[in-house]
Design a protein around this ligand. Structure first.
Ligand SMILES: *Cc1c(COP(=O)(O)O)cnc(C)c1O
Length: 230
């Protein structure tokens, strides 16, 4: 009898759900990138996830990520920052991460641009958007996005790839469908004005299916894969 551990079981289930929701939006599973969110998850478990085919991991703290990144130097592994970045950690973040999803101010963008220039690289970023205007969350107000996108054209060491949002907490993912839809509208608008704004990072464990139906190209999944965090 095959023994399937919990992580492998969750991985199979999530992939099936991603594929089904991608299908409902007229796309294939390959159009949706799965970022496994590993905050609080030990390196050994991240390595198991890597063996199960997950290659991109999301962390929300530079310090915690740094230890794991140094521990797990595996071929093809990628790390993305998804949490708020303090300006005094911008240099370290530019060095460690393949992409920064949580660029939430122009000041942070300017700092990252400076650090990326120093390192001689072009750093992929997403702009974090506070779609619902929650005071507890950072991120650009949607109406500020066109000006921010224009300002980024003067920062060539950054490569803006799209938008990211953390949806409001809700017991019913249907309630936040309009948030995902609005983020997609803004992405479409930016994409009309400049090249490169293709990504939509939206959807987490409790709402990724609705997010994919609304066009998510990146979902960030922690608990549904690894179980509840300690
Ligand atoms: C923790 C976190 C996630 C994953 O949340 P789950 O509910 O565990 O899937 C996604 N995005 C961000 C920004 C996070 O901080």
């Amino acid at each position: 009898m095959a023994i399937v551990d919990a992580l492998a079981g969750h991985a199979m289930e999530i992939r099936a759900r991603v594929a089904a929701s991608a299908g409902r939006s007229g796309r294939t599973e390959a159009a949706v990138q799965l970022v496994a969110v590993t905050k609080t998850i030990p390196a050994a478990t991240v390595e198991r996830a890597f063996e199960l085919g997950f290659t991109t991991f999301g962390e929300n703290r530079v310090q915690e990520a740094r230890a794991k990144i140094q521990d797990l130097q595996l071929p093809g592994i990628r790390w993305e920052l998804i949490g708020h970045l303090q300006t005094n950690k911008a240099a370290r973040a530019a060095e460690l991460f393949s992409r920064i999803q949580s660029v939430d101010s122009l000041r942070l963008a300017e700092l990252l641009h400076h650090e990326a220039s120093q390192l001689g690289l072009v750093l992929p970023i997403l702009l974090e958007v506070n779609v619902a205007g929650e005071s507890s969350k950072s991120g650009f107000a949607p109406g500020d996005l066109p000006a921010a996108a224009a300002a980024l054209r003067h920062l060539p060491a950054l490569q803006p790839e799209g938008l990211m949002t953390i949806a409001p907490l809700s017991a019913d993912p249907e309630e936040i469908r309009p948030v995902f839809r609005e983020l997609r509208r803004w992405r479409n608008r930016l994409r009309q004005e400049s090249e490169g704004w293709n990504e939509l990072s939206m959807g987490m464990s409790d709402d990724f299916e609705v997010a994919i139906e609304e066009g998510a190209t990146i979902v960030r999944i922690g608990r549904a894969l690894f179980g509840a965090r300690a």
